[in-house]
Design a protein around this ligand. Structure first.
Ligand code: NDP
Ligand code: ZN
Length: 351
């Protein structure tokens, strides 16, 4: 089968591979919709998980079930499914402790690309299918459905982990698709004022649509100071980090009130250590908690996110700025995600 892979660090291209094998609890899918992720860009061009020559990229997919293992109860060939970008081993002790994305080691449930071939292929393998896939609701546009697999679950996790209370002031750093979903999540959780940090006009427009009340352009000087000034020196009750470089936690901690939560979604690449501002962090005693997380997966989570779309609570369609038809376009879509110029928020490929 054909797939789009890392050839070496800094280079991606098409490869031919043997078909994945289906275990008793697994399934094999053909792609129905695919989306490239900023994390795929970190993997190929920023050495985020090492060099994996020939490893097929991609983790965001809707599938059409092609084959199911003998113990799979909920799915059959032909079903149209939402596949979690993160596919935990639900038997693992970390899942039983409530941290299913960390099964089998740190970020261990990041199986696509990190541990096995990803979804940018004619066929892909899903482990523990009954737990890691959900039915795509009848009538749901696949362009919307594919946003559930990573962008919605990760961005909403950002808002959930920030512990947003009714009326809270919230800052969301970054208005790519993850930050935009965090804004939607912050609004649903009852934030009053939502500062959105970004600059490009199309994401700014969608940020306002999703609930941002104030736009902060990081090109206009110190981001944290702009937010502190706008709140008359107070800062914000919660920060979601979904953009910016290795120094961004400096800004996040500075703009946060004592007793707040800083919820990180960023996948930091580059240096092995990240700076923290000692004084703004109260020398480690300001009750400014940094909470991290990896894209939550699981069938129940995917079903609930799909219901947010079905019942009109959240519309991911404005994030799909570019829609292609045919697997061959995945290369163009990934390069678009790398460049992220102009009005690009998220390209989607319908296969
Ligand atoms: P994008 O690259 O699409 O968006 C990044 C945003 O950050 C843009 O709005 C950009 O602004 C803004 N930005 C850039 N530089 C700065 C800066 N110095 N200060 C403040 N804002 C800045 O990213 P995604 O939304 O796709 O992903 C966000 C992060 O989440 C990535 O690191 C990604 O790898 C990670 N991720 C993590 C997951 C998890 O499970 N935790 C899952 C999926 C993704 P503009 O372009 O408007 O100028
Ligand atoms: Zn992703």
């Amino acid at each position: 089968m054909k797939g789009y892979a890392m050839i070496k660090l800094g280079e991606a291209g098409w490869v031919n591979k043997i078909m994945p094998k289906c275990g008793p609890r697994d399934c094999i899918c053909r792609p129905l919709a695919l989306a490239p992720c900023t994390s795929d860009v970190h993997v190929v061009w920023e050495n985020a998980i090492g060099e994996l020559p020939g490893r097929i990229l991609g983790h965001e997919a809707l599938g059409i079930v092609d084959e199911v293992g003998s113990e799979v109860k909920l799915f059959k060939p032909g079903d149209r499914v939402i596949v979690g970008a993160i596919t935990p081993n639900w038997d693992n002790e970390a899942a039983q402790r409530g941290f299913s994305s960390q099964t089998g080691g740190i970020m261990g449930a990041y199986e696509f690309t990190a541990k096995k071939d990803g979804t940018f292929a004619e066929y892909f393998h899903v482990n523990q299918a009954d737990n890691n896939m959900a039915m795509l609701p009848d009538g749901m546009d696949p362009v919307a459905g594919v946003m559930i697999t990573d962008m919605m679950t990760t961005g909403f996790m950002g808002a959930e982990n920030a512990g947003i209370q009714l009326g809270a002031d919230v800052a969301v750093i970054g208005i790519g698709p993850v930050g935009l979903c965090a804004i939607g999540g912050a609004k649903m959780r009852g934030a009053s004022r939502i500062f959105a940090v970004g600059s490009r006009p199309t994401p700014v427009k969608v940020a306002k649509m999703y609930g941002a009340t104030d736009i902060i352009d990081y090109h206009n000087g110190d981001t944290a100071q702009q937010i502190i000034d706008a709140t008359d020196g107070a800062g914000v009750d919660a920060v979601v980090v979904a953009g910016g470089g290795p120094d961004i936690l400096m800004d996040a901690i500075k703009m946060a009130k004592a007793g707040s939560k800083i919820s990180n979604c960023n996948f930091f690449s580059g240096a092995d250590t990240l700076p923290l501002p000692r004084l703004d962090w109260g020398s480690g005693m300001a009750n400014k908690d940094i909470i991290t997380g990896l894209c939550p997966g699981g069938r129940v989570r995917l079903e609930r996110l799909a219901k947010l779309i079905t019942y009109g609570r959240f519309d991911p369609m404005p994030m799909a700025t570019h829609v292609f038809h045919g697997l061959d376009h995945i290369e163009e879509a990934l390069l678009m995600m790398k460049k992220k110029a102009g009005d690009v928020i998220k390209p989607v490929v319908i296969c």
